[in-house]
Design a protein around this ligand. Structure first.
Ligand code: SAM
Length: 196
């Protein structure tokens, strides 16, 4: 088991919201680690949610999950209703990061955990090169070049989140062929911050 998985398995949560859940891989993986927890996956795209729903019935694992269509800037989730929120491979797509932190703060109970799994910041030149290549192939540009952990920690403080731990492990992929001619990736991290 990876260090990241061990850390998540030991977290004391019973209800986790996976924001930008896509086709539900994260929910299924986390349910394998924490089978007693209830999961809610939220995504703005209904098509991926249908696939996520299908995965619940196709697997061997019993997953206690609901999928909801919604925008991360105004989630259809009650305040103080979750003790963990996951943003996996999601935050670097979002322009208004501050609004998402505000929403996460509203939804989490006190002492709840915000888990951000994403990539570290790539050099500006590489980011520009990647976005030019994405534009040439007609694909959407990436919004952020990944994150500087110290800056992210400072930004989270404004919303009363305290960084508890950072685990750097593996790679985070941003753009890959055929949209670009090479793989653009950086070091992957899991940042865990507690709402105080
Ligand atoms: C790269 S995928 C990550 C999927 C999943 N978290 C994973 O790790 O496999 C990013 C997801 O964020 C969703 N997304 C983008 N903008 C969103 C928004 N404003 N509100 C909710 N979901 C959003 C996209 O539809 C997409 O499914």
């Amino acid at each position: 088991m990876s260090e990241r998985e061990k850390y998540i398995q030991a977290l004391p949560f019973s209800a986790l919201i996976d924001v930008g859940c896509g086709t539900g891989e994260t929910v299924v993986e986390l349910a394998g680690l924490c089978p007693k927890a209830h999961f809610v996956g939220i995504d703005i795209n209904n098509d991926v949610l249908s696939k996520a729903q299908e995965m619940l019935y196709g697997g061997l694992l019993t997953v206690d999950a609901d999928y909801v269509c919604g925008n991360c800037l105004n989630m259809p989730i009650a305040s103080n209703s979750a003790d963990a929120i996951m943003f996996r491979a999601f935050l670097h797509h979002i322009e208004q990061i501050d609004c998402v932190f505000e929403e996460a703060h509203r939804i989490l109970r006190r002492n709840g955990f915000l888990l951000i799994q994403d990539g570290e910041e790539m050099p500006a030149l590489l980011f520009d090169e990647m976005n030019m290549a994405l534009s040439r192939s007609g694909a959407s540009k990436e919004v952020h070049p990944g994150f500087n952990i110290d800056k992210l920690t400072e930004q989270l403080k404004k919303y009363s989140f305290v960084t508890e731990t950072v685990i750097r492990e593996g790679v985070a992929t941003f753009a890959t062929p055929p949209f670009v001619s090479k793989v653009y990736s950086t070091i992957s991290f899991l940042l865990s911050a507690r709402k105080i």
